[in-house]
Design a binder for this molecule. Structure first.
Ligand code: DQA
Length: 146
């Protein structure tokens, strides 16, 4: 059985590699995309990978998952901490959500400690660098296979 998993990324993640490398490391978004596809191939998941700096575009992509996608892995970046609209989109499509952050947001600024997504997620993975994407995809497949 091949599962379809959407891996969506929010604002400024296109700058990974050059953006505050002391915080986010030197891996680029292209490296993350490759990791996600390799992970999907190894565990039986087709990956749809997408990044945007435009909130409405992300909401459109989430709405577009309804009926054709089995789970969503989402690094919503700053919108994690600000967007009720994103949360509503996620709950509207009724798909299992896996929240991912490269950094441990709980060790950072207080405003990053709150997430509008965590309580509507299956789980949250943060602080393990880009490996968090792999962990989320693998766990999504494990849960879908149950
Ligand atoms: C992030 C953490 C967010 O607080 C921040 O706004 C980001 C990236 C992460 O992956 O660690 O842009 O989601």
């Amino acid at each position: 059985m091949t599962y379809k998993i959407a891996v969506f990324n929010g604002p400024n993640l296109n700058l990974l590699g050059t953006r505050e490398p002391e915080t986010y490391g030197y891996d680029t978004l292209a490296t993350i995309e490759k990791l996600c596809h390799q992970t999907g191939e190894s565990c039986g998941a087709e990956i749809e990978f997408f990044q945007t700096n435009h909130e409405g575009d992300l909401i459109d992509r989430i709405q577009g998952c309804r009926g054709n996608t089995d789970a969503i892995v989402l690094n919503a970046a700053a919108w994690t901490h600000t967007s009720v609209a994103l949360r509503d989109a996620v709950t509207a499509v009724s798909l299992p959500l896996y929240e991912v952050h490269i950094t441990n947001v709980h060790k950072r600024d207080a405003f990053r400690h709150h997430s509008f997504l965590s309580d509507v997620s299956v789980g949250v993975i943060c602080g393990f660098g880009i490996q968090g994407y792999e962990y989320a995809i693998r766990q999504a497949v494990v849960n879908l296979s149950k």
